[in-house]
Ligand binder design. Structure first.
Ligand SMILES: *[C@@H]1O[C@H](CO)[C@@H](O)[C@H](O)[C@H]1NC(C)=O
Ligand SMILES: *[C@@H]1O[C@H](CO)[C@@H](O)[C@H](O)[C@H]1NC(C)=O
Ligand SMILES: *[C@@H]1O[C@H](CO)[C@@H](O)[C@H](O)[C@H]1NC(C)=O
Ligand SMILES: *[C@@H]1O[C@H](CO)[C@@H](O)[C@H](O)[C@H]1NC(C)=O
Ligand SMILES: *[C@@H]1O[C@H](CO)[C@@H](O)[C@H](O)[C@H]1NC(C)=O
Ligand SMILES: *[C@@H]1O[C@H](CO)[C@@H](O)[C@H](O)[C@H]1NC(C)=O
Ligand SMILES: *[C@@H]1O[C@H](CO)[C@@H](O)[C@H](O)[C@H]1NC(C)=O
Ligand SMILES: *[C@@H]1O[C@H](CO)[C@@H](O)[C@H](O)[C@H]1NC(C)=O
Ligand SMILES: [Zn+2]
Length: 452
């Protein structure tokens, strides 16, 4: 008898040991299709992406960081920080103290990136794990003296297939085991700029192409037997708004071009004035479709103030308007505008062992992606501006209540309790009232001389 018990117990222990020992190292692939506006998912027929979503989760609108530009938002995704906090405050920057210039063609100086620690660096430091990257902004820079173990030098001419091939090869190797990888593609941003999002025919073509790339990605993961093991997030940095020759704001009609340096262009122009009062006074009434802020007056909700790289005067064009000095319209689509506009928002979809299946949610913030990724990988996050709370419902290992549901549950519970209480009170009132009555009846019976 004892022997049987011992056998049973050791069996159970062995089983649970085997189970916990089998728990595989969590892995994550983060993919960005630049300029993928949230509502493209509704406007266009994208079967591969929809299949991906069906088996995973979808966040329909992601509120990104201001300014809604490429470099700043890609860095917010991987740091969980607002732009003022991570230091990549624009696609074009000037640092007054060092006189250094940053642009997308001159972006490899770590000086610009070192104000934050992106997740691929943390992944390699904290757990001594390996990161890999195919052209995500910043991944070919030695940030805090660290690059991903595997990375590609940025070159926009390199095809998606080539990038994907590298990523799959790196992910498929076990020595070293890549636990975090990123993949970046320039479309549909490039076409969005060229045609404008209202050119639905041309945009449809490019989005079909992007959708096929998603199909290609999923197929490659399946062929290498990574699909069920690896977590995949597909997201983007920003959306796109339609621009027009009719919506031009010409700075030269308001202020002489020699009185300032234009550090960053439309639709959020960064102005370095040679005489701040002079330039500000001329610009502040320049055009009703452009907000003019001194740095200290930038609205708090933009979280775009506390950084030396933010210039003394910031011009913010209204949606669809373009700021130029004296040129004609440079592009038919643009982004960078107020991050409250739905047209500026990307989406987020995810699939894998860490994610629920078939779950949809309306919104989250770009800065919330980082704490979610750290949670999945088991990394301690760096200080950041995001919260895991907003991502809990996307994850299988998290207890998730959304507020309407919670209110429903509380109301339901209250109703059940009230009903029960009422029932008990009724019962209680009925029981004592029965006894006197029955006693009365008995007494009556006793007293009735006719029955006896
Ligand atoms: C940055 O650009 C400005 C204006 O073009 C120039 O005067 C300055 O020398 C540049 N800085 C460096 C370090 O090249
Ligand atoms: C990290 O891994 C490398 C090899 O990948 C090894 O040489 C090194 O000792 C490890 N460091 C720690 C702290 O585990
Ligand atoms: C960029 O990639 C293209 C296509 O692979 C190649 O022909 C070109 O030489 C590369 N440019 C640089 C600077 O490496
Ligand atoms: C795409 O845009 C070009 C102009 O750049 C135009 O000539 C062409 O007809 C458009 N194609 C479609 C399918 O709308
Ligand atoms: C992945 O690696 C395994 C060996 O570890 C190999 O058999 C397989 O062909 C590789 N797959 C790809 C797509 O490279
Ligand atoms: C700057 O401009 C203001 C207003 O135009 C003017 O009163 C002031 O003298 C200028 N300051 C300098 C240093 O030129
Ligand atoms: C725009 O301004 C530049 C100098 O600031 C000048 O050389 C050029 O001719 C102007 N172009 C137009 C179309 O006015
Ligand atoms: C964002 O996070 C950084 C790092 O923790 C912090 O310094 C900064 O104050 C935060 N910003 C806001 C608006 O909370
Ligand atoms: Zn763009």
């Amino acid at each position: 008898m004892n022997l049987v018990l011992v056998f049973l117990l050791s069996g159970i222990i062995a089983c649970s040991r085997a189970k916990s020992a089998y728990k595989p190292t969590p892995r994550l692939l983060l993919v960005s299709f630049d300029g993928f506006r949230a509502d493209y998912l509704k406007t266009y027929n994208l079967p591969y992406l929809q299949d991906f979503i069906k088996e995973g989760v979808l966040v329909e609108h992601v509120t990104n960081a201001f300014i809604t530009k490429t470099f700043p938002n890609h860095y917010s995704i991987v740091t969980g920080l607002y732009e003022e906090a991570h230091g990549i405050v624009a696609n074009a920057m000037f640092d007054a103290a060092t006189k250094k210039n940053f642009s997308q063609f001159n972006d490899v100086d770590p000086f610009w990136w070192d104000e934050a620690i992106p997740i691929w660096v943390t992944n390699q430091w904290q757990e001594n794990r390996t990161s890999a990257a195919a052209m995500w902004p910043g991944t070919d820079v030695s940030i805090h003296n660290t690059t991903p173990h595997f990375f590609m030098k940025y070159n926009r001419s390199v095809s998606f297939s080539k990038r994907l091939e590298n990523i799959i090869r790196w992910l498929n190797s076990s020595d070293p085991l890549v636990t975090f990888a990123t993949l970046y593609w320039e479309e549909p941003d490039a076409s969005g700029h060229q045609y404008g999002p209202e050119d639905t025919k041309n945009m449809s073509n490019v989005l079909q192409e992007v959708d096929k790339l998603v199909g290609h990605l999923v197929k490659s993961l399946k062929v290498s037997e990574l699909w069920d093991k690896i977590n995949v997030i597909i997201t983007s940095d920003h959306g796109m708004a339609q621009c027009s020759q009719e919506r031009l704001i010409k700075l030269d009609t308001c202020v002489e071009p020699w009185s300032y340096r234009l550090i960053d262009k439309s639709p959020v122009a960064a102005i370095l004035p040679y005489n701040e009062t002079y330039v500000y006074d001329k610009l502040k009434t320049c055009n009703p479709n452009m907000k003019v802020y001194r740095k200290e007056d930038i609205p708090d909700r933009y979280h775009y103030h506390h950084n030396e790289r933010i210039q003394p005067i910031i011009l913010v064009a209204d949606e669809g308007w373009t700021i130029v000095q004296n040129e004609t319209l440079p592009k038919l689509g643009d982004h960078g505008y107020d991050n409250a506009f739905p047209s500026m928002h990307p989406f987020l979809a995810a699939h894998g062992p860490a994610f629920r299946r078939g779950y949809k949610r309306k919104t989250m913030n770009t800065v919330d992606i980082y704490p979610m990724m750290c949670h999945i990988l088991g990394l301690t996050p760096q200080p950041n501006n995001g919260t895991l709370t907003n991502a809990k419902c996307l994850l299988v290992d998290q207890w998730c209540i959304n507020i309407p549901e919670a209110i429903g549950i509380v109301i339901g519970a209250l109703m059940v309790l009230t009903t029960l209480t009422c029932l008990i009170i009724i019962m209680k009132n009925r029981t004592p009232s029965l006894r006197p009555f029955s006693r009365l009846q008995l007494q009556e019976d006793d007293d009735d001389p006719l029955i006896g």
